[in-house]
Design a protein around this ligand. Structure first.
Ligand SMILES: [Zn+2]
Length: 241
């Protein structure tokens, strides 16, 4: 298994790690800041820095079928490190941070439009959600104004784990959540935007809403009889260091 550093610290841009397995198309570390593709958010890119200063370019990150081993997918033609080798794992941070901001903005979109979400995708400083909204007409200016109001609260975004039993003992919690958490795995990761949103989510988020900046609604499309697809884009490019 791989320790998923992105979960406890989504701002970790790099971390020391030991290669536990390496084969064509597959590198496994004991601990990794890389987010594996899932929940509509793409897998991280980046590089491994070897002791001799050379780089192994990482093109994508996915979960192995066991869901506890994170597999880094090396770029085509990249030299492979050896098992046991110490490396520094470094993210393509501007890309990941743009995704963190967009992902958190999508939580806000689901607050602004309180309808069941049927799909979604996170891009770089952009994203989309599909809503089962029936015949309700969406107003672009109204959604943008509501998103701006939510961002301006600068609410804190936090995560916590809750055991299945605790969830069962607090039925009111499920009511406050938009998405029903999956039960059976023993515990669920909850993402809370203070006072605004609470839902189970495994993705990466910013710590405060002000990091998102201005959000533009770039499209509202009809998807079938029941669904509306809403696309958003972030208008500000923050300094990422
Ligand atoms: Zn999320």
């Amino acid at each position: 298994m791989t320790e998923p550093l992105y979960r406890s610290d989504p701002y970790a841009r790099e971390a020391p790690a030991t290669v536990t397995d390496a084969a064509p198309g597959r590198i496994v570390l004991d601990a990794a800041p890389f987010y594996p593709r899932g929940g509509g958010q793409p897998g991280d890119r980046g590089e491994l820095i070897r002791a001799d200063g050379s780089f192994v370019s990482i093109a994508d990150t996915v979960y192995e079928p066991d869901r506890t081993t994170i597999r880094l997918v090396p770029a085509e033609g990249a030299a492979l490190p050896s098992a046991g080798e110490r490396v520094t794992a470094r993210l393509d941070w501007p890309t990941r941070y743009a995704r963190m901001r967009a992902h958190t903005a999508l939580h806000l979109l689901s607050v602004a439009l309180p309808y069941p979400v049927t799909g979604g995708a996170v891009g770089e400083a952009e994203g989309r959600l599909d809503f089962d909204s029936g015949e309700t007409a969406f107003d672009r200016a109204q959604i943008e104004a509501e998103l701006a109001r939510l961002v301006a609260t600068d609410a804190a975004v936090t995560t916590r784990w809750i055991a299945d039993e605790e969830l069962a003992a607090n039925p009111g919690l499920v009511k406050t959540m938009k998405v029903k958490p999956p039960v059976g795995s023993g515990k669920v990761r909850l993402v809370e935007i203070a006072g605004l949103d609470l839902q189970p989510c495994g993705g990466t988020h910013v710590a405060r809403l002000s990091e998102i900046g201005r959000i533009e609604v770039t499209g509202i499309e009809k998807k079938g009889k029941q669904n509306r697809r809403v696309r958003i884009r972030l208008l500000e490019t923050p300094a990422t260091g």
